[in-house]
Design a protein around this ligand. Structure first.
Ligand SMILES: NC(=O)c1ccc[n+]([C@@H]2O[C@H](COP(=O)([O-])OP(=O)(O)OC[C@H]3O[C@@H](n4cnc5c(N)ncnc54)[C@H](O)[C@@H]3O)[C@@H](O)[C@H]2O)c1
Length: 294
């Protein structure tokens, strides 16, 4: 489901900037490139830019091996992705999606810079899981052209995207964001700009309470995960899923939910904070509730 038809691009959005070379940035870049968009990936260092491109190459190699993609399609996809290290190199992008650390001050600083660098018509979007989109919109001179576009992890595999218009977002920008998401082959739902949107508002109390059960010694890690896979028909257990999301990101999500709603179910279980302090962040550091030998 590409945006190109006989070489003619049918959407106003053609070139996508992706900022942040973590779990989500890499996945979204792959999704957009697979859909036929030109993708410019911005990392802060050449080292992480190179690591992102190597990750994309590895993902394409896996797909080739499974015959999910042809040699030609993989080569064309790869040719659409470039990696840069300065924000200025995003100047020609029609839509920039930031996917940096879940921290409002960091994201606001980034939005100020993107507003300076990008053309006034560009859409600036955030992949935040919980933070207020309007607070990013309001540090720019284009609060009508800022929107939340929340992909799920891993982005190439997950079909849902939450579209989160701030109260300042124009209907036109929301429609363009939806067209982009649908061109990426994803299903869009629209949700108000409040912490957790739909999925994380429902998911995180469950994940947090799974850590509480584990910490209280009610059941072992393996039994908690086995119970929810076998008894809830979930594809992953809650502790496995926290490791996939990243425990630092999970604590940031819970903190934002608690700050908004003051519901004790959202208050991060102390064990989660201790694991983050120890850099037991899950898959990304090789240790979390499980070990991930490198
Ligand atoms: N992990 C998930 O399951 C998931 C799912 C959907 C959305 N998100 C959201 O996506 C965003 C990124 O999450 P992730 O899981 O990819 O995180 P990650 O920890 O894998 O990557 C974070 C990225 O931010 C960069 N970064 C850190 N500090 C920065 C700074 N001061 N300035 C610029 N860049 C900085 C890091 O270098 C890294 O590239 C967050 O907003 C998160 O809430 C995460």
């Amino acid at each position: 489901m590409g945006v190109h038809d006989g070489g003619v691009c049918q959407m106003a959005i053609k070139r996508i900037g992706v900022v942040g070379s973590g779990i989500m940035g890499a996945g979204v870049a792959e999704v957009a490139a697979a859909a036929g968009f030109e993708v410019v990936l911005r990392s802060r260092s050449q080292e992480s830019a190179d690591a992102m491109l190597a990750g994309l190459d590895a993902s394409l190699a896996r797909q080739l091996k499974k015959e999910r993609i042809t040699d030609d399609a993989a080569a064309e996809l790869r040719a659409r992705v470039s990696a840069v290290t300065t924000l200025d190199e995003l100047a020609a992008c029609d839509l920039v999606l930031e996917s940096v650390v879940e921290d409002l001050a960091t994201k606001q600083e980034l939005f100020r810079e993107l507003d300076r660098v990008c053309t006034p018509s560009a859409i600036l979007a955030t992949n935040t899981s919980t933070l207020p989109v309007v607070e990013m919109a309001m540090v720019t001179e284009r609060p009508d052209r800022v929107c939340g576009i929340h992909f799920f992890n891993p982005a190439p595999a997950m079909s849902l995207v939450e579209l989160v218009p701030a109260i300042t977002t124009s209907n036109e920008v929301l429609a363009e964001a939806r067209a982009f998401v649908e061109a990426c082959g994803k299903t869009a739902v629209t949700v108000k700009d409040q912490a957790g949107f739909i999925v994380n508002a429902l998911l995180f109390p469950y994940l947090n309470n799974a850590v509480r059960l584990y910490d209280a010694g009610v059941a072992s890690r393996d039994d908690i995960d086995a119970a929810m896979k076998g008894g809830g028909n979930f594809p992953m257990g809650p502790l496995e899923l926290l490791d996939l999301v990243g425990l630092d990101t999970s604590v940031a999500i819970l903190d934002a939910l608690f700050a908004e709603f003051h519901d004790p179910n959202f208050a991060p279980t102390p064990l989660l904070r201790r694991m983050v302090a120890a850099q037991h962040l899950g898959r990304k550091t090789g240790v979390g509730f499980y070990d991930y030998p490198r």
